[in-house]
Design a protein around this ligand. Structure first.
Ligand code: 9MG
Length: 264
């Protein structure tokens, strides 16, 4: 059971946007997350919240590469980079990243598959209906879990046919990406159905808006909701949780994993 700490180097992310504006501050926060129990640090240079402005290649590289380089020189923690751009993935891998978190699941940049196959690092394939600009404009499904499963199955086959090793793949149903509250709840309740894909499952629900809808609370007050939902996700089969609050995420993971039916 792995905990992935979120490090957004963006001015406009929904919770931590604008906090880590220099390499030093960002690396200090990453090292703090490692102390708190993070196994992976997920570094992002472009916000994926609905309607966020897109970032140029140069800007994304300038945000990410110095932080990946500095963190690699200071820690052995696994470094993930959240990007849909193959040039950013390439530069991040050259600087020490060993996971690429591609929320487009290899669909936005035709070169991404080739770069990943050559590099031989881990790859997160995430489900999203639409694009970050359009995804929350009335998303519709007949059977949300079945549709996510068949999307991820197709993306796994596509990745393998590009030469990416199956052992390097992780899937993610993309909580909040083109999904309304009932869709997010169905995914978390029926997560076990994604186990049939045979690859680890990552869940990113930390402080997301579906929790705000249930609790009628702003992002700053969604920690308890995050802990509750992550515990259920883990009991239902999540292998990696992506969180802003690493200490609490670690404690959640350590307890919930012991409460799984298959725990010893
Ligand atoms: C970048 N990012 C924001 N939310 C995410 C989620 O739920 N999963 C993954 N893989 N990445 C996310």
């Amino acid at each position: 059971m792995l905990v992935m700490g979120v490090l957004n180097l963006t001015p406009d992310s929904f919770y931590d946007g604008g906090r880590y504006t220099t390499t030093q501050v960002a690396v200090d926060r990453a090292l703090e997350m490692v102390e708190e129990g993070a196994d992976i640090i997920d570094i992002g240079g472009e916000s994926s919240r609905p309607g966020a402005r897109s970032v140029s290649l140069d800007e994304e590289l300038a945000r990410i590469v110095p932080v990946v380089e500095a963190l690699t020189s200071r820690s052995d923690v696994l470094i993930s980079v959240d990007t849909t751009k193959s040039a950013v993935a390439r530069a991040a891998i050259d600087s020490g990243a060993t996971i690429i978190n591609d929320i487009s699941a290899l669909r936005f940049d035709p070169e991404m598959g080739r770069v990943m196959a050559q590099a031989g690092v881990y790859l997160v394939l995430m489900h999203m209906q639409g694009t970050p600009e359009t995804m929350q404009q009335d998303p519709e499904y007949t059977d949300v879990v079945a549709e996510i499963r068949s999307f991820l199955q197709e993306r796994i086959h596509s990745a393998i046919s590009t030469g990416i090793d199956r052992e390097r793949l992780v899937v993610d149903p993309g909580i909040g990406f083109g999904k309304r509250l009932p869709h997010n709840l169905s995914v978390l309740r029926r997560l076990a159905e994604l186990k049939e894909l045979g690859v680890p499952i990552l869940i990113g629900l930390s402080r997301k808006s579906f929790l705000g809808e249930i609790l009628d609370l702003p992002t700053s007050e969604r920690l308890v909701g995050t802990i509750a939902a992550n515990a259920i996700a883990i009991v239902n089969g999540a292998d990696i949780i992506r969180v802003h609050d690493v200490k609490e995420g670690r404690w959640t993971a350590d307890v919930a994993v012991r409460l799984r039916c298959d725990a010893t």
